[in-house]
Design a protein around this ligand. Sequence first.
Ligand code: FMN
Length: 187
Amino acid sequence: MVTLNKVMNYIAPLPVILVTTRLEKDGKNYDNIIPISWAGIIEHSPHMININISKGKYSGTVIKKTKEFGVCIPGSKYLEQVDMCGCTHGNKVDKFKLVNFTKYDALEINAPLISECPVNMECKLSNVIEFKSHEMFVGTIVKTYVDDEYVSEDGEPDYRKMDILCYVNGYYWTLGKKLEKLFYTSG
Ligand SMILES: Cc1cc2nc3c(=O)[nH]c(=O)nc-3n(C[C@H](O)[C@H](O)[C@H](O)COP(=O)(O)O)c2cc1C
């Protein structure tokens, strides 16, 4: 075992999700997409998630104002579009136009969802927790969509078909292969 000279955080894999926002200004909608990997599950009743955005980013300021956001899960075929959304800023560029994603209206929130993403979720902001460099936005999921094309026979999302992206230590990965069902050793 090698002890590193510096402390690192090698937790992997992380998800690659697209968080959408809408800012209304002077009667116009300004829609945006921010790719996020520092994200996780907090609670299941109701379903709550956290996304962590570094302080001062455009998307974070919008979410604090509107108190809602979409969470859209892209397949790996949209790698380039995902990366482009992570290299540009919503206060300067219309990322929906930039990457040519198709919007559809959410039912419970005023933010766009992305047709190209096999899974979309609507979130209402429940809390913001401030850390040194990042802010943790806690969202309650209020609506969930799975594209029919990616629903398996048991009604669950088919992750093999979806071929979602992961983020590992500076690189994009895909998911890999399915092994056993959770708790399969419990008999
Ligand atoms: C795959 C990927 C994951 C990212 N994860 C995060 C993250 O978890 N938190 C964060 O603050 N920025 C993250 N970024 C960087 C933001 O997406 C990037 O700064 C973006 O341009 C900010 O958009 P905005 O200026 O429109 O808010 C990530 C970028 C990529 C490509």
